[in-house]
Write a protein that binds this ligand. Structure first.
Ligand SMILES: CC(C)(COP(=O)(O)OP(=O)(O)OC[C@H]1O[C@@H](n2cnc3c(N)ncnc32)[C@H](O)[C@@H]1OP(=O)(O)O)[C@@H](O)C(=O)NCCC(=O)NCCS
Length: 138
């Protein structure tokens, strides 16, 4: 699902890369995996509609939305917004008032999603730096 969700974005990557990334996220390689603020959404048939995965990465001094993805067939219907708000709500209950995310330049759907959820752009990394991503906080 994640591979398909990203396939038409600037963050498109081979299936194997996504498999490794997901294992790294839940395997605590991007900081502790925060399962209490990570969710999946399913459609009524039980099929996976989307996911949001959160880690607590010391380098960012706040929890990070390590990954959010919605299945292509149900994108632009509010699932991503619901997942993100649900995750922020869970983090707030656990005492985390701030959260960060990295957004690749050109990923307009993602930028809009995070803006809608109250994130503010706090830093734009130059292209020459590691991944050339923007970072937003909420
Ligand atoms: C980004 C993503 C998670 C958003 O989830 P979603 O369920 O499609 O989004 P929502 O329906 O909740 O809408 C969120 C906002 O994004 C906008 N949006 C959705 N698809 C869009 C697109 N293709 N282009 C531009 N904006 C788009 C919506 O219009 C909405 O903003 P609005 O209400 O102001 O119009 C989803 O599009 C996705 O999985 N994309 C591929 C993976 C990805 O890029 N993840 C983010 C990595 S940081």
């Amino acid at each position: 699902m994640v591979h398909a969700a990203f396939s038409h974005t600037v963050d498109s990557a081979p299936l194997e890369s996504w498999r490794r990334k997901l294992l790294a996220i839940v395997g605590h390689q991007y900081g502790s995996f925060v399962s209490s603020a990570s969710f999946v959404a399913e459609v009524s048939s039980g099929q996976l509609a989307g996911t949001v995965l959160v880690t607590d990465f010391a380098r960012y001094q706040a929890p990070v939305i390590a990954l959010i993805a919605v299945s292509p067939g149900v994108q632009d219907k509010g699932v991503g917004f619901y997942l993100l708000r649900r995750s922020l709500q869970a983090l707030a209950i656990e005492g985390f008032p701030k959260c960060r995310a990295k957004i690749s330049p050109g990923n307009n759907a993602s930028l809009q999603l995070f803006r809608n959820a109250g994130f503010e752009l706090c830093r734009v990394e130059p292209k020459s730096s590691q991944q050339g991503h923007n970072r937003s906080t909420s």
